[in-house]
Design a binder for this molecule. Structure first.
Ligand code: SF4
Ligand code: SF4
Length: 170
């Protein structure tokens, strides 16, 4: 293993632990907290679905035959090995609250792939992290109306910014 792979694996192991804590955090919520979460989740998932509707034709037309897949833990442009599926605790809670997510395949890391990758993303289309939903490669950016996409992304970002973790702990 060379040094970048050593570093990647060490950081990724920490990311796994953090990801597992998100689930423990969620399981400890009160019913009141889960109601708040469901309300916020509906808003977040609706926007993700709206974005997916706009971007799916371009994704279907390009991603299946892409030879430089972006769902890798590190590429020349981006590194995502500090997380599992690019989630932080807020977007994880928002997608998790009414959905059991597929188990991450951590062995993918040895092939420099995201743990939710298996010939495509295995997460439901409305259960993506903000980091994933806001990433577009040059090819997709050229095909999409990015002004429209950005409008929805700003709405999603606002939901995340206004999300109150304290409310979930009350
Ligand atoms: S988003 Fe772009 S880089 Fe990523 S898999 Fe699709 S075509 Fe390839
Ligand atoms: S979670 Fe899905 S979209 Fe995001 S990097 Fe992983 S495979 Fe790709």
């Amino acid at each position: 293993m060379d040094s970048i792979e050593d570093e990647m694996m060490a950081v990724f192991k920490e990311a796994q632990k953090k990801f597992e804590l998100y689930e423990k955090f969620y399981l400890g919520f009160s019913e009141k907290a889960k109601e708040y979460l469901k309300h916020k989740s509906r808003e977040y998932k609706k926007i993700l679905s709206d974005i997916q509707e706009i971007i799916l034709p371009a994704i279907k037309g390009n991603c299946s035959r892409c030879t430089d897949c972006c769902c890798r833990l590190h590429t020349k442009e981006i590194t995502i090995y500090g997380s599992v599926g690019c989630f932080d605790h807020v977007d994880y809670l928002l997608v998790r609250c009414d959905t059991i997510l597929p188990d991450p395949c951590y062995e993918n890391a040895e092939k420099n792939l995201c743990p939710f990758w298996s010939d495509g993303c295995i997460l439901p289309t409305d259960c993506r992290s903000y980091m994933c939903i806001q990433y577009f490669c040059d090819t997709l950016e050229k095909e999409l109306d990015m002004q429209v996409v950005s409008k929805y992304l700003r709405k999603a970002a606002l939901i995340l910014t206004n999300f109150s973790t304290e409310e979930c702990m009350s």
